[in-house]
Each structure stands twice: as structure tokens, then as C-alpha cells.
Design a protein around this ligand. Structure first.
Ligand code: PLP
Length: 417
């Protein structure tokens, strides 16, 4: 019997892949801080270049520390393979570019992380690639957006900062019925809360900078390939050489060969090492993040100075039912947004906080707050800015401190509003 199959997620997050003889008994992956690897013979290097051996050549191509992280995250996301990248945006760019050609279309949620939104709606446009933005909760709209030119559907498990949760299983079925793969940015959920591949998704990406590393010390991204999509269908004739070489891992191989190594979106081994340390405590941290978020959301909801709280844990939230169905009893994510009267009130609150940090990040063990309108969305056109994050909106990434300390810091800061 395969012992590993009996293990729970939290256990695999710690033990998966750590008994590697090359580590010489170390329990954390050695940091292979070398730009290149020497080979004893010319033949050995030839074998590595031709893919006949798995030996390392040059850091932009592969690195043993990065390979460990790839192995571990493929296992935790129940995928068949993974590719580590320098950032979450590098993972999104690599994965999308591996699928897209000039003239292609793809479908994406209208409520996306700010840089993904910019990449999809303005940068890709320059290369004659068109994105169709849809409401992720409207299945009919997604269905109607599919054309002969569509190459994939892209969603975030929990949208940032919209807090919408799409029905991954239903959308995966729809995508497959039309011969399309489904790509999910699972950053805000983490594989502890949701494993999109188990729900039918074909590709999962993460900003590992967030919950996976967990301490705000490492930048990174990952692309996980489920290895289940049939790339030999008509829509993907350009995948033929990669299907021939790598079969079910054709997508990951195409992304690697065409985009990753040529654009140089390589992960830094030190950052992969830090992320690997973070993964050891992922289960424990996520459990606390989820519990704290519910407590903090309840506190904010009842506060007289707060006009609205957007948190899928509330029974009347439009994504509450699907969150329960997809995430079980585990929680509703650890990010929420809430509203004050105007920008001035938001600034007063931020400036009065004692412990909670004003930071452009999320998924850290520390509680973080940001005023998206004046920071991340500052350069967006006014009407779009207002749609995504109006001047009275604050985004809170709930950390793993004691929940009473998070609430009491918010309470004392709200006094100055
Ligand atoms: N995806 C989501 C949902 C994010 O929130 C972020 C960053 O905040 C990214 C992707 C991009 O990640 P990175 O900053 O690691 O490039």
C-alpha cells in the first residue's frame, strides 16, 4: 500500500519530498545558489540538453531547490507537475502566454487582481489578444462568451478584492464540454481551503508570495498542471509537438520550453527555500486565518461607523452557498473589505492603527490593511476605479495574531474616524 496516500494535507505539507538522499540528512531543502552546474563529460551535458537526463544545466532552466518546491506544490494541489516562477505575475504571464497567440481570445472574470486585470485588458491587447470579461457568478454569460477563438477560461477562486466565489465544478464542466481548459488563480484560497483540480480545473496558478510562503519574506509563483486535459483536440493543433514529447504534461512543457526559459521568469532558489519553510505550517496557519476572519468580520459588521462588510462568510453574501459547497466547513478565506464614509475616514483609520500594518500585500501571518483606491488602483480611470474599489473601501487581510488584538486595534482606530 502507498503510505503517502493515507496522509492528510497538513502532513504532506510537511513531509512530502523531504527524504532526498542528495540532501544528506537535511530536513529543509539545500539552497543551490549556483548559476550553472558543471558536467564531468561532454556527453553528460549533451544528455541534459536533449532531455535524456534530468541533470541540471543552468539556473534559468532548472534548479534543485526550485524543483523541490515544484514537486511539493504539485502534490499539494493534486497536479501532475509544476513550474516555479519568479512571482505570481510571472506564473500568470507564463501560463497565459503558453496558451495564447495573436488573434486568440480568452475569457476571464471581470473582478481580478489589479495586475492581472491590467495584463489582460491592456498589455495582451498590444499583441492582438482579446479578453472577454465576464461575471464569474453568471454561467450563462460565460457560455455565451465562448467563440471559435477562445483558448481558455480564467478565474480566481476568491476574487481580489471583489470577494466573489465562482462555481469551479460547473464552470469546468462547461469549459470541457466546449473543448476548453479552465485556469484558476488559487492564491486567496490556498490548496488547504480549495483544490481546484479536484473540482475539474486543468491549470492552477498561485502567487506563492501570499499564504504559501506566509511570512511576507519571499516573492514567487507556481503553475500546476493537472495533466488531465486533452491537448490533441482541434483547437490546440499548435500543441502537437509537445503532446508527442510529454503526453499529458504537454501544457507545462510548452510553457516551459517556449515562454519560461526564454522570458527568464525563473524563481530565485532562496525564495523557493523560504516558501518551502512556509509550507510546513500552511495547514495550521490557514486554520487560524479562517477562524480569525470570521471573528473580525463579525466585529466589523456590528460596528456603527462601518457601512458595509464584504465577506463570503455572511449568510446573506451572494457567494456564501457556493463557498460552503466548495470549501466545506473549513472557512471562507481570510480577506475582507469594508466601507467607511469616504477616503478621509479610511486614511484616519489607517493612520490610527497601532498593530495592523498598512501594506500592499496579503496572505501574510500579520494582519494587513490597504486603501486600494489611492494605492493599487490609483492609475486606473475614475469609473473603473470606482467599480473595483471606491474611495470609502478598505481591504483587510486577516492575519494569525490573537483575534481579540486584531479587533481591539480596529476598535481603537475607529474611534478617530
Ligand atoms: N494573484 C493574486 C490573486 C494576487 O493577489 C496577486 C498579488 O497580490 C498576484 C496574483 C500576483 O502575485 P505576485 O505579487 O507574487 O506577482
Amino acid at each position: 500500500m502507498d503510505k503517502k496516500r493515507l496522509r492528510h494535507f497538513e502532513t504532506n505539507a510537511i513531509h512530502e519530498g523531504v527524504k532526498d538522499p542528495a540532501w544528506k540528512g537535511a530536513t529543509l531543502p539545500p539552497i543551490f545558489q549556483t548559476a550553472a552546474h558543471y558536467h564531468e563529460t561532454a556527453d553528460s551535458l549533451t544528455q541534459a540538453f536533449s532531455g535524456k537526463s534530468q541533470d541540471h544545466i543552468y539556473m534559468r532552466l532548472t534548479n534543485p531547490t526550485n524543483r523541490f518546491l515544484e514537486h511539493k506544490l504539485a502534490a499539494l494541489e493534486t497536479g501532475a507537475g509544476a513550474l516555479a516562477t519568479s512571482s505570481g505575475m510571472a506564473a500568470i504571464n507564463d501560463a497565459c502566454m503558453g496558451l495564447l497567440r495573436a488573434g486568440d481570445e480568452f475569457i476571464a472574470s471581470r473582478s481580478l487582481f489589479m495586475s492581472s486585470y491590467t495584463l489582460f485588458t491592456t498589455i495582451f491587447q498590444k499583441y492582438a489578444i482579446h479578453v472577454q470579461l465576464i461575471d464569474p457568478l453568471n454561467i450563462e454569460q460565460i457560455q455565451q462568451a465562448i467563440t471559435d477563438k477562445t483558448r481558455f477560461i480564467y478565474l480566481e477562486t476568491i476574487t481580489n478584492p471583489g470577494m466573489e466565489i465562482a462555481d469551479i465544478k460547473t464552470i469546468a464542466q462547461l469549459a470541457h464540454s466546449r473543448g476548453l481548459p479552465l485556469m484558476i488563480d488559487n492564491t486567496l484560497a490556498s490548496p488547504w481551503l480549495c483544490r481546484p483540480i479536484e473540482l475539474g480545473a486543468d491549470i492552477v496558478i498561485h502567487s506563492t508570495t501570499k499564504y504559501l510562503s506566509g511570512h511576507g519574506g519571499a516573492l514567487g509563483g507556481i503553475i500546476v498542471d493537472a495533466g488531465t486535459f486533452d491537448w490533441s483536440q482541434n483547437r490546440f493543433t499548435d500543441f502537437a509537438p509537445f503532446v508527442e514529447q510529454k503526453g499529458r504534461l504537454a501544457f507545462l512543457h510548452k510553457v516551459y520550453k517556449e515562454i519560461h526559459i526564454n522570458f527568464g521568469t525563473t524563481a530565485a532558489p532562496f525564495h523557493s527555500y523560504l516558501t518551502a519553510i512556509g509550507l510546513n505550517t500552511l495547514g495550521l496557519r490557514m486554520e487560524r486565518h479562517m477562524k480569525n476572519a470570521i471573528k473580525v468580520a463579525d466585529f466589523l459588521k456590528d460596528h456603527p461607523k462601518i457601512s458595509r462588510v464584504n465577506f463570503p462568510g455572511f449568510e446573506n453574501h451572494k457567494s456564501h452557498q457556493i463557498a460552503k459547497a466548495q470549501f466545506g466547513q473549513k472557512g471562507f478565506g481570510a480577506m475582507l473589505t469594508f466601507g467607511l464614509k469616504n477616503q478621509d475616514a479610511c486614511f484616519r483609520l489607517i493612520n490610527s492603527l497601532d498593530m495592523i500594518l498598512n501594506i500592499a500585500n496579503l496572505g501574510d501571518c500579520k494582519t494587513l490593511i490597504i486603501h486600494p483606491y489611492s494605492s493599487q488602483y490609483a492609475s486606473f480611470p475614475e469609473d473603473l476605479k470606482n467599480k473595483l474599489a471606491d474611495p470609502g473601501l478598505l481591504r483587510l487581510s486577516v492575519g494569525i495574531e490573537h483575534h481579540e488584538d486584531i479587533c481591539s486595534d480596529l476598535a481603537q482606530a475607529l474611534e478617530s474616524v
